[in-house]
Write a protein that binds this ligand. Structure first.
Ligand SMILES: [Zn+2]
Length: 241
């Protein structure tokens, strides 16, 4: 659907405020001089008068969002690979980002899907090596207490937005991987995020049973980095582009 098609279709809407129904939970709405495909409450596709298109999943990277975009904007195609979304447009494949603008003509700049793919594979390897090194150090030296000299980024939390676990960004993790700097704070944050009913007991069992420590510390750190891998990979992808 192009801008003019949207304008023509919208003109047929009985209730202009509610928009024109174009699918399950999907409406074509007018937003200022733009037209948008709205799925539930999210404008997943915004068609601009200059022919450019803005894409936005609203954080819902679901099958429905993907198929609605593909259905209504056949000029581009969204695919998924290893949990990541890519946009194929005019022979170019780029990494999907919320709010990304597809210009009416010409290439999309500053975004390389292949770099992201490569970065994700590299980060997977880096994280595995880091966890292995981290646990080996714990087995050798015991559980090191966090101190004032620890990395700031690892320790920082945004109290008013607890869901934002990384107010300092993800770049510091890349340098920890490179320097094999096993920041003591990371383990304590990871333990905290695991929400054990009795973390003190876990700590006690770890300090008395090396096999348990090896197994459980690995699980705890894997859960911590699973949540952060994408953010770290995005940082690495920027360096690769
Ligand atoms: Zn750090």
């Amino acid at each position: 659907m192009k801008y003019d098609d949207a304008a023509a279709l919208f003109a047929k809407a009985k209730d202009k405020n509610a928009g024109k129904p174009i699918g399950n939970n999907t409406r074509l709405v007018q937003v200022g001089s733009d037209y948008a495909v709205r799925l539930h409450e999210t404008n997943i596709v915004t068609l601009k008068p200059d022919g450019s298109i803005v894409l936005n999943s609203g954080g819902y990277r679901t099958m429905t969002t993907k198929s609605r975009i593909n259905e209504h904007v056949p000029e581009l195609h969204i695919t998924q690979d290893m949990g990541l979304w890519y946009v194929n447009v005019r022979g170019q494949t780029v990494f999907f980002e919320d709010g990304m603008v597809i210009p009416a003509t010409g290439p999309i700049t500053g975004n390389d899907g292949y770099a992201m793919q490569k970065a994700k594979a590299q980060v997977d390897k880096m994280v595995s090596a880091f966890i292995k090194g981290y646990v080996n150090k714990m087995l050798k030296d015991g559980i090191e207490q966090p101190g004032d000299g620890d990395c700031w980024g690892c320790a920082m939390r945004d109290e008013s937005h607890p869901e934002n676990t990384e107010p300092m960004g993800y770049d510091h993790y890349l340098s920890h991987f490179e320097e094999r700097y096993y920041v003591p704070t990371i383990f304590f944050q990871a333990l905290d995020e695991k929400k054990y009913p009795n973390p003190g007991l876990i700590m006690h069992m770890m300090s008395t049973d090396a096999r348990f420590m090896k197994k459980e510390a690995t699980i705890i750190l894997q859960a911590y980095f699973r949540k952060r891998k994408l953010g770290i990979a995005e940082q690495l992808a920027r360096r690769l582009v």
